[in-house]
Design a protein around this ligand. Sequence first.
Ligand SMILES: Cc1ncc(COP(=O)(O)O)c(C=O)c1O
Length: 481
Amino acid sequence: MSTETALPEEGRDEQEILKALDEFARNDPDYRGGRIFSLTYHLSDAHEKFITDAGRRFASANGLNPAAFQSLKRMETQIVAAAAGLLHGPDSVTGMMTSGGTESCMLAVKTYRDRARRLRRVRKPEIIIPLTGHVAWLKGAEYLGVRVRRLPETRDHRPDLKRLKKMLGRRTVMVLGSAPEYPRGMIDPIPEMAAIAADAGVPFHVDACVGGFILPFMEMNGETLPAWDFRTPGVTSISADLHKYGYAGKGASLILYRDVELFKDQIFVETDWPGGIFASAGLLGTRPGAAYASAWATLQRIGVEGYRSMARETIATAEALKKGVQAIDGLAIIGHPQGPLFAFRSTDPRLDIFAVGDRLEARGWQVDRVQQPDGIHAMVTMKHAQICQQYLEDLAACVQEVRENPELATKGSAPTYGMMAHVPMRKMVREKVRDIFAGLYLPGGGAVDLSQQPPARGLTGLAERAAGAIANRRARRQRRK
Ligand SMILES: Cc1ncc(COP(=O)(O)O)c(C=O)c1O
């Protein structure tokens, strides 16, 4: 067994270990060079060092019991207050830090499920989320036994408000709007949606995991945005990620409720456990102190003026990228994105957008694909100012390559992505993806040989194998006929 897969008999030399870690990172996406469009929010090595220094001071501290490490509670209280102010909340806003957007979303589902159960005896709870609501909501609902009703969209990719009115019922425990949503970067019509929910007496959550720490600064910079925060009547809670456009270290998000009465349903309490009386407001037990310290330190370091100027630069980059994409014949932005992220599609049936994605990857870009419609996604951060021109030049060249070689649509991962997006057997795709994903966790890393993995290929291999399995099953069916 190699040193990495077994505990070494004797502890190893620190320098040797750090070198080994650097080696691990060798094939990771080039986030410092801005060649990846999601997963990382890297400002600079200096900022990374600063937040690591801040976190190191609380590396052993545990947020599990808020009464024990009062340092962490103090940081959390100040972070929550700062965010509540930024989001124009009333003095009553109550909330907490969580480990990330997914935890914040899940907690909201739990809160509103339990609230409806307690106040209205709802036994089969449902949440209504727009088609573009983040997958974390689907995951949370599945974990918590809550049914999801997907709100269809209109032709211009906006949530269908007429349908929302019709879908609301006795079982509805929460309605969701996003600011902005992930797939296309559009801000949902929050005032209209929240008013409809409020009329039916249903709480309304705004998922501002992406927007929470950039939209307020865009507004301060004079941009006109639709209303979405606590100023909007009917908005009962908001999630906002510190580890996205807040540029804190990973593991930091916020969930904020309009008042403490709403927050109470989030809290788990057990009174008869031999280990003692126990209460916990979040999903985690042990909660790393470093996440609080890094988030607090980041907010203090950057400040309003820093975030304003970063928002200005990020949005200028996003706008330049959108304009550049629109200028390429055969490409169009999907919907009407209003923040730092967007997606684009092909308007020419002969131009396969997934083949364009493959060509971009061949040039060293990490590409995120979207579906319904098929497209390429870009989550723009401060890092992308430096690559804007290069990306657009490469994109134009890739479009040209695919136009000149239409057979590229049948090569590489393009047909696989196309098939995965369109094959009608969704249940089978789901089962296959689950099997293959489980394979990644087999002893020794399962299907993935990390030493062989080419950089920046995302889930391509996974999709390829799922498509292969589907094709095999189809062939078997054909033979049986
Ligand atoms: C709108 C939205 N909500 C929630 C999440 C989940 O956040 P996390 O990845 O921090 O769990 C994301 C992630 O991109 C998001 O875009």
